[in-house]
Design a protein around this ligand. Structure first.
Ligand code: ADP
Ligand code: ADP
Length: 229
């Protein structure tokens, strides 16, 4: 994932708000990066632009060497469905679908073959092999977020974007979720980009970047990352 001089401006011409103001950053394949910063510093905007959910006002964003700008919305949607996975603070599971149906949904949306054995295997990996027919409301928050992680991983994305994935969880559930994200990086060589307020969550990442007023405030290698795994 590479951002080059990314600027994102909201608001009117008379009253522009630069949510991102000249962000240049490369996140190596197979890395786990935490994005931190005060409220309003541009973290969500960063994630949206880096994931191709939104396009920058100026500047360039590349995923796997491919530039996102210049593509139609349809091409961007297809790109997201094939290459990236998302995990949200509020899980965003579909309440009327079972756990299994939630997990197979990205495959359906992408028009891909539903390999039920593989879906069961992924749900087993996140510790929910015995909850396939449950609805989200029958699960704890931590279990729901693990379903969301299975859903994000089922397409075997190269990059997983997580927006405050532990923000609604107790500390034990948060650790389980963070360990799954870490495993995605270490075992499956995926790239994870996680926005978080929580220093404990950030300590699971290999590196931390800080945003202040839409600008990078210098990153640092995470000294505690090795100790956590
Ligand atoms: P964070 O995630 O760090 O809280 P955001 O990326 O949500 O920060 O917001 C960065 C800045 O951009 C803030 O000043 C916010 O008010 C503004 N902003 C974000 N989204 C919009 C929008 N859709 N319209 C107008 N301003 C926005
Ligand atoms: P849209 O149809 O609004 O352009 P998408 O089809 O890209 O959006 O995604 C719709 C929603 O489906 C996303 O917000 C996300 O919750 C979920 N989703 C899409 N692709 C994936 C994926 N690869 N992994 C997990 N969830 C996904």
């Amino acid at each position: 994932v590479r951002l080059v001089n990314v600027r994102k401006v909201y608001g009117t011409t008379a009253n522009p708000v630069a949510a991102l103001d000249g962000v240049t950053l490369g996140l190596p394949s197979g890395s786990f990066t935490a994005v931190m910063g005060p409220s309003g510093s541009g973290k969500s905007t960063f994630l949206q632009c880096a994931a191709g959910l939104d396009l920058p006002t100026t500047g360039r964003v590349y995923i796997q060497g491919e530039e996102l700008a210049g593509n139609s919305e349809a091409v961007l949607t297809k790109f997201r469905r094939q290459r990236v996975g998302f995990v949200f603070q509020q899980f965003n599971l579909l309440p009327t679908l079972t756990v299994m149906q939630n997990v197979t949904l990205p495959l359906r949306l992408a028009g891909r073959k539903i390999d039920r054995r593989r879906c069961r295997e992924i749900l087993g990996r996140v510790g929910l092999g015995d909850r396939l027919d449950h609805r989200p409301a029958e699960l704890s928050g931590g279990q729901q977020q693990r379903v969301a992680i299975a859903r994000a991983l089922v397409t075997d994305p190269r990059v997983v974007f997580a927006d405050e994935p532990t923000g609604a969880l107790d500390s034990r559930s948060a650790r389980e979720v963070l360990e799954l994200l870490r495993e995605s990086v270490q075992v499956y060589d995926q790239t994870v980009v996680m926005v978080t307020h929580d220093p404990v969550a950030a300590s699971y990442a290999d590196s931390v970047v800080f945003l202040v007023d839409g600008r990078l405030a210098g990153g640092l290698d995470n000294p505690t990352a090795d100790a956590v795994a």
